[in-house]
Design a protein around this ligand. Structure first.
Ligand SMILES: *Cc1c(COP(=O)(O)O)cnc(C)c1O
Length: 374
């Protein structure tokens, strides 16, 4: 079976170093916010060009605490309809009023024009999601945020190491939020997350919020939560961080191989803009024959996935909590047609070629070049 993502393959690729890192923590007798978290925060901050980094329990918490540190309160927060449920969950957890807007059809990312239409006097923040590892249109979003005096948060859960023009994502808006969920580009072996910011005061505030609202002297300034990056996860992330850029380069090489192999398969292939360096958290194709493609792949022992089948304004548990137009046509169309093909750095060329061969078979079987193209 060729899996869609395979975090164990990455553990096996760095087994000796990861085992040693875990053993070091076990022997340290310092299990919460110890030397490993502090070192990882320093190292990831240096990787991000000198940003302040605060390790937290997950990206959902990173987004929640970012919204709290930016004093969004009960204000409106605009984000994309095509993202992980977590983006929406965080806005609600922070007490904000979520507003979801439509995507740009070419990148599947939040449309700046749709954000303009969704702005109201109550808007306090915009959350840009770098979906599937492709940076969102940050120049336009930052211009809107600046003009309207609202905060700009980057949801970098799928985009560790991606660049927009020459800047690493997570350092462009006011705060960048990262996930170290095992399948992400920089993944731990459990939950983990971080915020990055070039505003030291915001970092300090989140450092307090992640731990009951404590300051360095354990005095409280405001109510906080318990959301700390775990010491063992931090030790493992320190092993993996030096490989992030080469892993992302391998993801791009796999994407290029898919591009060549699938050029005639009647699928709509991803096309990141020239001015970004995408990191292909997922390689997402679009097709009207999604079930046929997925069934064919499954029959060949290949696991594909859908990111995401339900746009956020249609999430049953969240619908009543958010303001969104009755219809967001581009998000809905994408949700009906996207398929994520296997993508992780340890995937071999031979496995990629097997996926390509199987996907091309669907076209032969369907005899409908036009019909499968979205
Ligand atoms: C994974 C993900 C999250 C949530 O990350 P956790 O660390 O699991 O909380 C948020 N946003 C996006 C876009 C994601 O892909």
């Amino acid at each position: 079976m060729i899996l869609c993502s395979d975090p164990r393959a990455q553990y096996l690729a760095h087994k000796a170093d990861i085992d040693a890192a875990v053993a070091r923590v076990l022997a340290s007798n310092s299990y919460v916010l110890g030397a490993e978290v502090a070192a990882f925060e320093r190292e990831f901050g240096a990787y991000l060009g000198g940003a302040s980094v605060v390790g937290v329990g997950s990206c959902t918490d990173a987004l929640t605490l970012a919204l709290r540190a930016l004093d969004v309160g009960a204000g409106e927060v605009i984000t994309t309809a095509l993202s992980a449920t977590a983006t929406l969950a965080a806005i609600i957890a922070a007490g904000g009023a979520p507003v979801v807007a439509d995507i740009s059809d070419d990148t599947l990312n939040l449309s700046p024009a749709a954000v303009e239409r969704a702005l109201t006097p109550a808007t306090r923040a915009i959350i840009a999601v770098h979906l599937h590892g492709c940076p969102a249109e940050m120049d336009a979003l930052a211009a809107i945020a600046r003009k309207r005096g609202v905060a700009l948060i980057e949801d970098c859960a799928q985009a560790s190491g991606a660049r927009y023009r020459d800047r690493l994502v997570g350092t462009i808006g006011d705060i960048g939020c990262f996930s170290f969920y095992p399948t992400k580009n920089l993944g731990a072996v459990g939950d983990g997350g971080a915020v990055a910011t070039t505003h030291p005061a915001l970092a300090e505030r989140i450092r307090g919020l992640r731990q009951y609202g404590w300051d360095a002297g354990r005095k409280t300034r405001e109510p906080g939560v318990n959301s700390r990056l775990d010491e063992i996860q931090a030790a493992i992330l320190r092993v993996k961080l030096p490989h992030l850029d080469s892993d992302n380069a391998r993801r791009r090489a796999i994407a290029a191989r898919y591009d060549r192999g699938l050029a005639g398969a009647g699928l709509r292939l991803p096309s990141p803009p020239q001015h970004v360096s995408a990191v292909f958290h997922q390689y997402v194709v679009r097709t009207r024959s999604r079930s046929a493609l997925m069934a064919r792949l499954e029959a060949s022992g290949i696991r594909a996935a859908i990111h995401y089948a339900v746009p956020l304004h249609r999430e049953p548990g969240y619908k009543s909590h958010l303001r969104a137009p009755a219809s967001l046509p581009l998000s809905e169309h994408a949700a009906d047609s996207v398929v994520s093909l296997p993508m992780y750095p340890e995937l071999t060329d031979k496995q990629v070629d097997a996926v390509i061969a199987s996907a091309n078979d669907v076209l032969v079987a369907a005899h409908v070049t036009e019909a499968v193209h979205v």
